[in-house]
Design a protein around this ligand. Structure first.
Ligand SMILES: [Zn+2]
Length: 215
């Protein structure tokens, strides 16, 4: 607890003062440009990785960065998507997976999931990813398979996103872009899924290219 309180005191006395004008301008409205869906993992820190300020990212964090297909689980993730797209009018949605994801590792050791009823039920939304990984990456094992699965999971969750009516309508109207990312915790590198090439490539390698074609 002391760690948290000390951090708050530092925020209040140093950081808030630095961003005071921005916080005041955000006091009664927000206009984030991006809905960022990522894992709850403590090592994935979007505002640090992307150097974004308060008010820029509307963040939805959930184990395994899973996006239930529309209608399969009308809860927090579906609500975040609907609100971000229909009310906040975000320009893009990023689904960001990461290395060493516990949710992905769980599939290699299903026996450990047995007592975790809620987690097991939630991971059902990664069924497409598991099927794709088994189909296309069965020659891999251990960490390599887990990484391939995490990336297939990002692609699968992008597919689920498209089943949400508000997302489909905004995509059709050219008002929204979808992107799939994979963050490597150890190296700090972010990869982006390139649908044309059907592979993940460094995000900064296509920074000047057509990001809209990524998904
Ligand atoms: Zn994770």
């Amino acid at each position: 607890m002391k760690r948290l309180v000390d951090g708050y005191i530092k925020f209040k006395t140093e950081v808030y003062e630095q961003f005071k004008h921005r916080f005041k301008s955000l006091a009664d409205n927000q206009k984030p440009h991006t809905l960022f869906i990522t894992c709850s993992d403590s090592r994935v820190v979007p505002d640090l990785i992307l150097q974004t300020d308060p008010g820029e990212l509307f963040i939805c964090r959930v184990i395994g960065n899973l996006v239930p297909a529309y209608g399969s689980a009308m809860g927090g993730v579906s609500s975040a998507i609907e609100y971000a797209v229909m009310v906040l009018g975000v320009e893009q949605i990023v689904v960001c997976g990461h290395s060493d994801c516990g949710a992905m590792r769980a599939f290699l050791h299903p026996e450990k999931l047995a007592p975790l009823k809620a987690v097991s039920a939630w991971l059902e939304h990664a069924t497409m990813a598991i099927t794709m990984a088994n189909e296309h990456h069965s020659h891999l094992s251990g960490l390599e398979f887990t990484e391939a699965l995490a990336q297939e999971n990002v692609i699968s969750q992008l597919q689920h996103l498209k089943t949400h009516p508000c997302v489909a309508a905004s995509l059709r109207g050219g008002k929204l872009q979808l992107h799939g990312w994979y963050y490597n915790i150890g190296t700090g590198e972010v990869l982006q899924y390139n649908e044309g090439g059907q592979k993940f490539i460094p995000l900064d390698a296509q920074a000047g290219g057509d990001m809209a074609s990524a998904a």
